[in-house]
Ligand binder design. Structure first.
Ligand code: NAD
Length: 255
């Protein structure tokens, strides 16, 4: 039985994670990290703690869906007490991403801005399309619920990276995050990544390739957050006995 520690348990994804763990074989919840107290009841056999070291000691693998600053605290603690980590938190800054790389030298870490199978495949398709459709303009639009804090979504940025990589472009140089006013014509290499927010949209990503006379749009829509929690559980089972390294969701899904 694989023992899981959940970081971010009271969040939208975290709560589903606790439910899905109850219904999954060969894996169970063993510890939950909290800042103060949990505002819902939980099986008394689960360690609920504000002490991150005890939290790490009580599990075989951690699943994190929290916030960038919280994820940073987790990574710092894991550097002192190594543990396989499945990181789903998005919006990590350069320092936090470097910390993640540093930590993965001593423990297996799977970092995925989207844990769904569909988005993993979409990412591959975007790479292929970007390479094949030379000369097509690339534009990405993502839509999420009104509570989402980071923009554009980590998934949209991952898709943009794949599109840019397929054309040997540096995303930091070609990314456009908004258009307003008399900005002139679109330049050849730019890749726009636009974010829309509203209602309860779980997540929708469209990567469009536009040319004179035709266009293709690749779209993925998540209709339930369980796609992320179930994906993370599958990733935790896969990661728990791996060597120290930084893994992607594609490694886990073998696509
Ligand atoms: P949420 O705001 O509902 O939950 C955030 C959780 O983090 C809460 O449990 C909160 O208590 C906890 N938290 C905040 N600060 C903390 C701290 N300092 N220490 C410990 N815990 C802390 O958010 P959500 O919608 O559940 O999303 C969480 C993260 O997962 C976001 O970054 C989101 O973009 C990302 N996400 C990733 C995927 C994926 O597939 N990778 C899918 C959906 C959401």
């Amino acid at each position: 039985m694989v023992k899981v520690g959940v970081f971010g348990a009271s969040g939208r994804v975290g709560k589903l994670l606790l439910e899905d763990l109850k219904n999954t074989q060969d894996i169970s919840l063993s510890s939950v990290f909290v800042r103060n107290t949990l505002d819902f009841s939980i099986d008394p056999s689960v360690l609920v703690t504000t002490d991150i070291k005890s939290f790490l000691h009580a599990c075989d693998v951690v699943i994190d869906f929290s916030l960038p600053e919280a994820c940073e605290t987790l990574l710092e603690a894991a550097i002192a007490t190594p543990k396989p980590l499945v990181i789903g938190t998005t919006g990590l800054n350069i320092h936090q991403l470097n910390l993640l790389k540093q930590a993965s030298e001593n423990m297996p870490i799977l970092y995925a801005t989207n844990m769904s199978l569909g988005v993993a495949l979409l990412n591959k398709l975007v790479y292929q399309a970007s390479a094949a459709l030379e000369g097509f303009d690339i534009e990405i639009v993502e839509m999420h619920h009104r509570h989402k804090k980071d923009a554009p979504s980590g998934t949209a940025l991952t898709l943009a990276h794949s599109a840019a990589k397929a054309r040997d472009l540096d995303l930091d140089r070609v990314r456009v995050s908004g258009r307003d006013g008399n900005i002139g014509a679109r330049s050849k290499d730019e890749i726009a990544v636009m974010a829309l927010r509203g209602g309860d949209i779980v997540g929708r990503h469209t990567v469009g390739f536009y040319n004179d006379g035709e266009f293709i749009e690749l779209n993925h829509t998540a209709t339930s957050r369980n796609t992320f929690s179930k994906g993370a559980i599958r990733a935790a089972k896969w990661l728990v006995d791996k060597e120290a390294d930084l893994y992607s969701i594609s490694d886990c899904l073998e696509i």
